[in-house]
Design a protein around this ligand. Structure first.
Ligand code: NAI
Length: 476
């Protein structure tokens, strides 16, 4: 088996944590049980590009239990938990000397070149074939296949402009090499893919954009916008892991500090609530009047970053947008202000601009924590080099909330793989009854007793006794 992880001897520790996580992931385990005999993913060759954590290990082993062949890479250079990666490679029945699990290409602290090499490996089976399904988080695997096929069709890989982001240059370089070595590979790979299931807001944006431009090559299920994903993982997950990231990275007392949360979408709502829970005075920035009004009514001050950049102590970006905190903003911040991003990509904070400030010095405090000292002597602390701090500095979301997200992922994989004909190229969401099913699978573990509609009540509000209970336009 081909694979590349940090250290297979960590597998035993990983396996112990996977065992504990399985108990906390009732949705995934119920799906495993439901489909144990049918194996609806038999014949599926799934390439996954999603943070290689303990929770993801339970997802991967669920896909395998349902019959799939799987290859995996992480979707971020810092988010891999090396013990989880090792345990997945070794598998429940293997040993470090005789691994019998799933090929994983991921370790904590990859370079950008290594990251795209890993994504490439996950997309390539040893016999030279590609996957027939993608499971993506942020859309990097989808991007590599689409750009590869696009450049093959055009007959050339464009040269990068000097001011292009470093990562784009790395992607172009990888595509140039792979296209030269295996002509037509990306076109064949794209043609063989039945569909992709996408995990996060940012990846979903990319998919809808491709659908609009007419460049989308295969159908996609938007897992993010299942209610049991974005209204739970993005919100309650970040409510947990934003504090975890801050504590493990800095251990600064949050109570009494002024914390700015940029963006009051699902992720921002969770972050703001968590910071307030710790006693911080939370300020929100927004561009959308609806979210700004929500923040105000939730009791937060809403203002612009310019107004508070010199006085706040902690800055968290949660927008999925670019250039939120600029080098100029960082130059004006208080001594030892903490700057961190929890959005998917590292372009919310202008790290390249920060590095270009004349006379600036970077002192590494510990992995994923850097102090940047300005020429006037004041400094700021940047977490995870501007990449998502909850996975870079801590261990991401806990199992229970990820069980909701990943149960949606598994159901979406089964949908696309087994009902391919029903999904022409386009971007889809899972039907509401499946969303409700995911929630239902998590109620018992929390001791929730659900009220059952009477027939009369169901008729009165115009729904079926067994659901769905809300119309499509309902927003939760
Ligand atoms: P969302 O679309 O619900 O929220 C983003 C908010 O940012 C919107 O309300 C938007 O109006 C606001 N915004 C956009 N530009 C802004 C600007 N210049 N200044 C202030 N506000 C601005 O998206 P969601 O689901 O909250 O996701 C945000 C990001 O977090 C995405 O990149 C997503 O992929 C990522 N994500 C990260 C997770 C993690 O564990 N770190 C978990 C889930 C999502």
């Amino acid at each position: 088996m081909d694979f590349k992880v940090a250290d297979l001897s960590l597998a035993e520790f990983g396996r112990k944590e996977i065992r504990l996580a399985e108990h906390e992931m009732p949705g995934l385990m119920a799906v495993r049980k439901e489909y144990a005999d049918k194996k609806p993913l038999r014949g599926a060759k799934i390439t996954g590009s999603l943070h290689m954590t303990v929770q993801t290990a339970v997802l991967i082993e669920t896909l395998v239990a349902l019959g799939a062949e799987v290859r995996w890479a992480s979707c971020n250079i810092f988010s891999t938990q090396d013990h989880a990666a090792a345990a997945v490679v070794v598998g429940p029945d293997g040993t470090p000397d005789d691994p019998k699990g799933v090929p994983v290409f991921a370790w904590k602290g990859e370079t950008l070149e290594e990251y795209w090499w890993c994504t490439d490996q996950a997309l390539r089976w040893p016999d030279g074939s590609g996957p027939n399904m993608l499971l993506d988080d942020g859309g990097d695997a989808t991007l590599l296949v689409h750009k590869g096929a696009e450049f093959e069709k055009a007959g050339a890989v464009p040269s990068a402009a000097e001011d292009d982001p470093e990562e784009w240059k790395v992607i172009l370089d990888r595509l140039r090499r792979t296209i030269a070595e295996e002509p037509g590979r990306w076109t064949r790979t794209a043609a063989g893919i039945k569909g992709v299931t996408e995990e996060t807001t940012t990846g979903v944006h990319r998919l809808y954009e491709m659908e609009r431009n007419g460049t989308l090559l295969f159908p996609a299920i938007n897992v993010n916008d299942s209610v049991t994903k974005s209204k739970f993982d993005n919100k309650y997950g970040c409510r947990h892991s934003v504090i975890d990231g801050l504590n493990r990275a800095t251990d600064v007392l949050i109570g009494g500090k002024v914390a700015v949360v940029c963006g009051y979408g699902d992720v921002g709502k969770g972050c703001a609530e968590a910071l307030r829970g710790q006693g911080a005075r939370v300020i929100v920035t927004e561009i959308d009047p609806i979210c700004a009004l929500q923040a105000a009514m939730d009791g937060y001050q809403v203002t612009t970053l310019e107004d508070v950049v010199e006085t706040a102590d902690i800055f968290i970006t949660a927008t999925g947008n670019v250039d939120i905190i600029t080098a100029d903003h960082m130059a004006r911040m208080k001594h030892q202000a903490i700057v961190a991003n929890i959005g998917h990509f590292d372009n919310e904070i202008d790290m390249a601009g920060l590095a270009r400030v004349p006379g600036i010095k970077k002192i590494n405090i510990k992995p994923q924590v850097d102090e940047w000292v300005f020429p006037d002597g004041h400094s700021i602390i940047v977490l995870a080099e501007g990449r998502l701090m909850n996975l870079g500095c801590a261990t991401g979301h806990p199992s229970f909330v990820m069980s909701n997200s990943f149960t949606n992922q598994v159901i979406a994989q089964i949908e696309l793989f087994t009902k391919t004909d029903q999904y022409p190229v386009g971007v889809y969401r899972l039907p509401k009854h499946l969303d409700e099913k995911v929630a239902r699978l998590h109620l018992d573990a929390l001791g929730v007793k659900l009220t059952r509609l009477t027939k009369k009540q169901a008729e009165y509000i115009g729904v079926d006794v067994d659901g769905p209970y809300k119309p499509e336009h309902y927003r939760y």
